[in-house]
Write a protein that binds this ligand. Sequence first.
Ligand code: SF4
Ligand code: SF3
Length: 561
Amino acid sequence: MENRMFCYQCQEALKNTGCTVLGVCGKTSDVANLQDLLVYLLKGIAFWGTRGRDMGVVDADTDLFVAQALFATITNANFDPDRFVVLIQEAIERRESLREAAQARCHELHGEPCTGTGPDWASWKPADDDLDTLLDKAVRVGVMADETLDADIRSLRELIIYGLKGMAAYTEHAYVLGESDPEILSFMQDMLEATTKNDLTADELTGLVLKTGEMGLRAMALLDKANTSAYGHPEPTQVYLGVRPGPAILVSGHDLRDLDELLQQTEGTGVNVYTHSEMLPAHAYPAFKKYGHFAGNYGGSWWEQREEFERFGGPILMTTNCIVRPKDNYIDRLFTSGQAGYPGCKHISDREPGKQKDFSDIIAMARTCPEPEPLEEKTITTGFARQTVMAHADAVIDAVQTGAIKKFVVMGGCDGRQKSRQYYTDVAQALPDDTVILTAGCAKYRYNKLDLGAINGIPRLLDAGQCNDSYSLIRTAQALAEAFELNDVNDLPIAYDIAWYEQKAVIVLLALLHLGIRRIRLGPTLPAFLSPNVVSVLVNNFELKPIGEVEEDIAAMMVGK
Ligand code: SF4
Ligand code: SF3
């Protein structure tokens, strides 16, 4: 069939090659193409933004806009073509005003009018407001637009762009909570610009990939600071998975400020609030524990939502990814906020300065809906972020020194639909009793309901939180290396068996590579966007490897391979 789109940014890319007609995720070809056009125009903003910055022209709002727009293109966040049309229009307006400012400054500095238009992405404008005009352009600017481009260069450019998308998501979450870092934002434009440079070699681009990892780590640190400053340090917390009587709202995604404001607005209303998927770790933050109506976590991983949302009965708020195509019988109960979007779902407007988002429609709907149907009666534990683990450092170090803990296995990342992800459940179950699993992100739903026991009071599964809380795992590893007086984190008794799905996992992976972490197992498949030569570089320099058979992988990890 004719290619109507091309996207290979996530782990579920069709046949591990690319989606060409419709996304496996449900993304239509129009949305995929509009996302390509948006990224193309962001490169145009970067063209003028990087040049303007060199001359002292800075547009902080546009710098943040680039992050927000990149965030909107991550897998399973926004499926709404209308929202992408608006973002495209805004990108063009912002690019033009940056261009004018940069050219005016250039004129001032050099005394001559500066009228260059730059390349197509820095100057293209649609002839009219028609969607078809945008789509006509969009199909000519995507990942495969230049068929003659060297496969390794394309691979490295896309690796950088997908890393930036993950970084953008974390950065935007931090900004929402009032933490800022202009260097992260300017780096995004430097890298977008770098992906347009034909004179950069594969080696140079590989260097930029690792720099992207370095900046990704900084974005995760910024978000960690934002979350812990606003809501305190996560504490080990038992989260109830059942339901209680009363109307309810389900909150999913990663945006803690949305949850915070929703909890405030539902307090005293008789409406309970439950978390879903990546929002589960919110229960561990001290600031949210005061809410008696913060009732528990409902359901499992993102990809199981179609049945669970049906059974939940009440309204559901998706604050970010992962949205799955909703069933007709709950689409009118599905709301989106922030960069998330789905056609036919009501989108909650962004907050006005000094005000909260207005969740009154969701709350009013909750009162008219049936109570949630129970799914399971159980509790699970979360909240083992860096401060908690370090508070018990003596016990952890002692357990390692006495041999009670032989190995930590980092199994963080994303979950997904593919059956082969059963591997992670099997590994968690088959790991020897003297191992401890460190996790973060929604990958944990493959094993967080298993009873894995404890070692000297230390649970064998330590969940640090959301995918961005991989930062906590990194800090924990660094602190252990210090405690054991090791210069190299690779000498720690830690193995990495990571699951990826979308672009936030890409930036976490790049952050680990930047830190020089070797012998990472990555699954369930290696990214389709990595060319064979790029895979070879990662294998040769970092001993990165695909997951294999459960028993063999465990045996290898136990001996540090
Ligand atoms: Fe396919 Fe993933 Fe792209 Fe969706 S995000 S279109 S599933 S590669
Ligand atoms: Fe999961 Fe979508 Fe990535 Fe934040 S909710 S980790 S996949």
